[in-house]
Ligand binder design. Structure first.
Ligand SMILES: [Zn+2]
Length: 177
């Protein structure tokens, strides 16, 4: 039942064929994500449906779900992040193509009609990761995180804000690449 995803696909052909992919991506194969993890075991479940957007742009919709163990940046104890990240990405061949953005989608620049699914899924997961992972409630380890203390206290009253801002920053960073 554990379906491996193909390594490399032609996303434009997948869109023409309206293909659907469902499979797993092992955490240990995503090196940038592994660097953030305490434990490299585990798999992410990936669902992808290739089709045209309402404005006829080639795109993929779907989700990536799974869990990753990271270090809480407040108490420095392990914590399990559960990720359930929606995917909505338009494929383009040109970095200067503004159509995906105008339609309100993230874009992925495809070179030589080739898409490495591992890189694609890993980028989506990195977007879904909080910049400063923390338990919902835990006690700071004061001697060790003195520098973070103000930050931790300020954010305590508004947990949604701390999630929103890093996410926006990451998105902008990705677009300006
Ligand atoms: Zn904690």
């Amino acid at each position: 039942m554990l379906n491996r995803l193909p390594v490399e696909i032609n996303p434009f052909r997948y869109v023409e064929q309206r293909r659907e992919l469902s499979g797993i991506m092992p955490l240990r194969e995503m090196s940038r994500l592994v660097e953030m993890a305490l434990d490299s075991s585990g798999d992410f479940q990936v669902e992808l449906v290739f089709s045209l957007s309402e404005t006829h742009l080639p795109m993929v919709k779907g989700s990536v779900q799974g869990q990753i163990q990271v270090e809480c940046q407040r108490c420095l104890q392990p914590m399990t992040l559960t990720i359930n990240h929606p995917i909505e990405v338009v494929f383009t061949r040109s970095e200067t193509d503004r159509r995906p953005e105008e339609a309100g989608y993230e874009s992925w620049v495809v070179e030589d009609d080739s898409l490495y699914l591992r890189d694609f899924v890993e980028d989506e997961l990195l977007l879904a990761m909080p910049l400063i992972p923390r338990h919902d409630s835990c006690q700071p380890l004061k001697p060790l995180i003195e520098g973070y203390e103000d930050d931790a206290v300020n954010n305590e009253s508004d947990p949604t804000e701390e999630k929103k801002n890093p996410f926006a920053v990451l998105k902008n960073w990705k677009k300006s690449e």
